[in-house]
Design a protein around this ligand. Structure first.
Ligand SMILES: Cc1cc2nc3c(=O)[nH]c(=O)nc-3n(C[C@H](O)[C@H](O)[C@H](O)COP(=O)(O)OP(=O)(O)OC[C@H]3O[C@@H](n4cnc5c(N)ncnc54)[C@H](O)[C@@H]3O)c2cc1C
Length: 419
């Protein structure tokens, strides 16, 4: 009888594991607790703005190789849009200055030596701080490795690391910051082109994946929450879905691709990150001015990034925990004031929606990073996946997909050893 691989969780980690395994001819069944696939990376129809929007604006970079391979595999790479070169327009709300950071394609960073390409108000020597961040000692915070002040910090290091780590950078893990810098800035502009899901996250990353999974013979069960794992001495014997228990045959295996707090409930004693950071997104139904770039970095504002989508302007604020309890209307007005000032759009608040994801990512501190488990477990037919497992990257799409790929590799290898 063919073995079945049960994937628990239809976020990007679970879907990438499912696609890899189904592509190798395995029989795959994905079980998802909610009524939709995509987890923290999804679109939904929002009644307040009367359009389909994403739970949060997600940015990929051209150096996110696993994410791009995933998109090619599901035939959706063309749905990402972005400039031909690594260009990042910025505005400083305090000074009114505007500039575009232009990172040259190759690995030799001559953009640093060109005043028209680097951050205004900085000198080439200032960028030595970035070199120091590339190979930090274990357990250090960003604040212990570089001085978190000055123009370069405020205008480049802070926005980059805040977006990538989703934590106030001085507290962030220098190891995770280093991984981001090595795979992006230090790899040259070819790895730094910003890429956006043109038609929304679900249309780009999720629906094509579900189509590819179906074509490969995989199944998806929505609203099918795993309640408990039944453990034998060396393997998981059964999956308990509440009303229904699925006994596992000797060759069957499980990829547990749920968030850390869910995994900790299912596996007693599992060490997982326990602190999180929020991300706040605001969406406004209004046509973006023609000169608004697809992504604009904002310095010295409440908003950090402004995104122009067809018929909608959206905003992202990382590590947004300080805004979680702000009344929604007040927050919408504060954010709109920044947007109106940057874009020249009128002061009247357009139809809006605020989406606050409280546990958007685990807190990327050294202490929380050290709690991330690897993919393997003490049970021979159970592996872990998720952006919070020990991928070496912060909680990102790239990390989630790499974790799913790794889980699939382990399952494929391990099966040959099972009785
Ligand atoms: C607002 C926001 C903005 C972001 N921006 C970016 C960005 O710009 N760039 C970037 O790279 N990353 C970004 N991220 C991070 C990215 O979304 C995540 O890293 C990624 O989606 C995590 O995928 P995952 O599969 O590991 O986890 P999840 O997406 O959390 O998937 C886990 C799934 O498991 C399901 N589940 C839970 N318990 C059970 C159970 N018992 N049984 C069955 N199913 C269960 C959940 O419902 C969920 O669908 C952002 C995240 C948020 C929230």
């Amino acid at each position: 009888m063919t073995a079945t691989i049960h994937i628990i969780g239809a976020g990007l980690a679970g879907l990438s594991a499912a696609l890899q395994l189904a592509g190798r001819g395995e029989h795959v069944v994905v079980h998802e607790a909610t009524a939709f696939a995509g987890g923290r990376c999804r679109s939904y129809h929002d009644a307040s703005v009367g359009m389909t929007i994403d739970n949060g604006n997600h940015l990929l970079l051209s150096g996110n190789r696993a994410a791009l391979d995933y998109l090619r595999d599901i035939g959706a790479a063309h749905r990402l849009i972005g400039p031909q070169a690594a260009e990042f327009p910025f505005v400083d709300l305090a000074s009114g200055e505007r500039w575009t950071l232009r990172i040259n394609d190759g690995r030799v960073p001559w953009w640093i030596c060109d005043a028209a390409r680097r951050v205004p108000g900085t000198r080439a020597v200032d960028y030595a701080a970035l070199a120091r961040l590339r190979w930090p000692r274990a357990g250090m915070t960003v604040g212990e490795v570089v001085a978190c002040k000055g123009t370069l910090y405020r205008r480049l290091v802070e926005p980059l690391l805040l977006a990538a780590l989703n934590i106030d950078p001085p507290q962030g893990s220098a190891k995770l910051a280093a991984a981001v810098i090595r795979e992006t800035l230090a790899a040259g502009g070819r790895a730094c082109r910003p890429l956006l899901a043109r038609d929304g996250l679900s249309a780009t990353l999720i629906e094509p994946a579900l189509g590819a999974l179906r074509q490969r013979g995989g199944a998806l069960h929505l609203e099918h929450q795993l309640r408990a794992l039944r453990f034998g001495s060396q393997r998981v014997d059964a999956l308990d879905f509440g009303g229904e228990t699925v006994a596992l045959a000797p060759d069957d295996a499980v990829v547990l691709a749920v968030p850390p707090y869910a995994a900790a409930q299912l596996i007693r004693g599992l060490n997982v990150p326990t602190e999180f950071r929020a991300i706040v997104n605001a969406h406004f139904r209004i046509a973006a001015p023609a000169d608004l770039p697809p992504i604009l970095g904002v310095i010295n504002g409440t908003v950090e990034w402004i995104f122009a989508f067809p018929g909608r302007v959206s905003v992202t604020i990382s590590a947004g925990d300080r805004l979680i309890d702000t009344p929604r209307e007040e927050l919408a007005k504060t954010i709109w004031a920044d947007v109106a000032s940057v874009t020249g759009l009128g002061a009247d608040l357009p139809p809006w929606q605020i989406v606050r994801e409280r546990r958007a990512t685990f807190a990327a501190t050294p202490a929380q990073d050290s709690k991330r488990p690897g993919a393997e477990t003490a049970w021979r037919n159970l592996v872990l996946a998720g952006d919070w497992t020990d991928t070496g990257l912060p909680a990102t799409i790239e990390g989630a997909i790499r974790s799913g790929n790794r889980a699939a590799e382990l399952i494929a290898r391990r099966e040959t050893k099972l009785p």
